[in-house]
Design a protein around this ligand. Sequence first.
Ligand code: ADP
Ligand code: ZN
Length: 757
Amino acid sequence: MSNKKNTHTIPDNLSETSGERPEQVVIVRVALSVPLRKIFDYTVPTTMGLPRPGCRVRVGFGSRTLTGLVVEASNSSLLDIKKLKAVKEVLDNEPLLDSKFIQFLCWVADYYIHPLGEVVFAALPKLLREGKPAKLPDNPYWAITALGEQSLKQGPGRAVVQYRLLKMLSEAEKPLASGQFKTVSNSWKKALEAIAGKGLVERIEPPAAEQASSQSALSATPDQQLVINSITDSLDGFKCFLLHGITGSGKTEVYLRCIADVLMNNQQALVLVPEISLTPQLVNRFRQRFDAVIDVLHSGMNDTQRMQAWERARRGDSAILIGTRSAVFVPLARPGIIILDEEHDSSFKQQDGFRYHARDVAIKRASMQGIPVVMGSATPSLESWHNAKQGRFELLTLEQRATAGGLPDIHLLDVEKQPLEGGISIPLREGVRQCLKQGEQSLLFINRRGFAPAVCCTSCNALAQCTRCDARMTWHRKEGRLLCHHCGKSSRWPEHCPDCGGSEMVTLGQGTENIHQTIQKMVPEASIERIDRDTTRRKGELEQRLQRAHSGEADVLVGTQMLSKGHDFPNLSLVGILDSDQLLFSSDFRASERLFQLITQVAGRAGRADKRGMVLLQTRFPDSPWLQTIAQHDYKAFAEMALAERKSADYPPYTHIALLRAEAIEQQQALKFLAGMHRKAKSLIASSTAMQSVNLSEPVPSVMEKRAGRYRAQLLVQAVNRKPLHEFLYQWRGVIESDRSARRVRWSLDVDPVDLY
Ligand code: ADP
Ligand code: ZN
């Protein structure tokens, strides 16, 4: 096995090895899906074809046989060649990934200080990881021959199915894929074989991917046109665009038009979105617009479907690939553009295992492939906004709604001064009633599912706590259970207070279940649709509920964040935001950004067609400057304030950060481990002038220290410049990996974390 340490970068001249077998011994360096930051050397027996970089091989690893990907071929090894194991089997004749793509993955592994093998295998669909062949269903094309045309003239005779196949091909006037013959008869296969045997039809190569055509009924607004021109003028090279467009300003329309140009150039588009299941509308818009092969990667697909979508993209058989964050690793034969919709969305960050950020990875990918990347949002992340202000991204702006509605008015309702009935103020109740009278929809947003977020003892005020987490239990009335939303633990309604033994426990506060019930009492004639994780667990349920919401069958929608994104409810004119105050006082440094994003997104659901919408935001802090900027739809003022706050606290984008997290069963274990790593980090930094600028914080318990029965702690590392930070992290991870104490905890290193708890 190679000692070749963590520099993954591959020299260019090695990446294209010719098929000829040279005389001397051949070594391949193989990435394996193991948690070690190494690649492994194997010899290739002379009886075997030479596996080129990007091909998969089967190799022995310890007592196991693993599938690996060749990243490099060489004539030498730092190890004793006689001791190297030989490759057992070469799985691919042609590379699955080209050398440029492998270099891109190497960059990603280096950047996130993560084992290359795990990065490479995250880029492959499961069936390919398991060593299955990369194949697409055989769907050959057939054309009618001159002989076939002649035979057609003689009429059907006894072989009716054969005749109908010939007729279909003749009438089509172009080759047809065999899949299309199913409509003729169940016995089409036999008939096809027969006429092929007689030379009446011939099998031909599939025609090149169908020329994409697109049609649009809308003509772009002048603002949209400017934005479209800027992007389409730069399709031939790398460039980052930040498209800041208010909700409903026609960003999606901009993407569609830019993609149309990309397809005309015979290139492919990669579209990354936060959550596909929540936005079936978006995919439909693509399908309606383009007469081209569009693949969507989503969690509802089985392994074969995923592999096929991946393979079609890689071969260039599809024109557009729409997917969530992991799609950023799907190779494209002819990459033309990458689009990230809702670029601020935190779901682009993988939060466990290989912790990458799809936005940052997309930017690097675009730069290596020489194509533009377009990041769109109504509420850009402060990182991207800062990059645009610094001139690293080109800022494009859409300030008007594409339709007549205009942005909704946001009213801040001081709930200290209003009586609340089950969490709902009188103006909000009256608003919902008014909407119903006018035949319009309203939406009540509360970011808590369940009936009540707390259960409390009337004698001592103790709250029902999860025994495995530092968290309160949530009452779910329909299930009749208390549930912990952090670890999933469930228990019965407590007959007695666990603290004082008191016999009266009551619920406190509201969740969606409760709001549903309250609003139903207030407007009994309304049909109400509740949309949250609990009501959409079963397959197809979300689609059904959204369908009722879109069709207008539902008068009032009650829901969580699930309802905030991407939905276009044309008849929705009132949005009530019930409780977002907890975000005002969160210890998370991104809380104000999240608040702005969340409220803007939810508010953006109102008045999307030709009606002006209204938003009623219930708060105890109507004077909060954050809420003021939100009410004025003033993203720029918000960003300025938030950036100033970040700057004074030395947070990104003014510094770069990384977090070492640890968790353990025993309370002090994680902190003890981090204290040890803190000491080692200090001496590392002291030993090198290059790392002097790296700052270490003291290890601290996480905000929710106990979770799912484990105690958690963390250590923050900051630096103004990336280079010293990475130099440090790189060496530090080596130290951590080889430290015995690391085996007694679960630890992870998160580069550019989005959450600091
Ligand atoms: P965003 O992605 O910014 O939220 P969309 O692209 O979804 O905005 O557009 C919002 C609404 O405006 C959609 O119903 C869309 O069909 C419509 N729309 C977009 N562009 C135009 C246009 N140029 N002319 C008319 N309607 C448009
Ligand atoms: Zn719990």
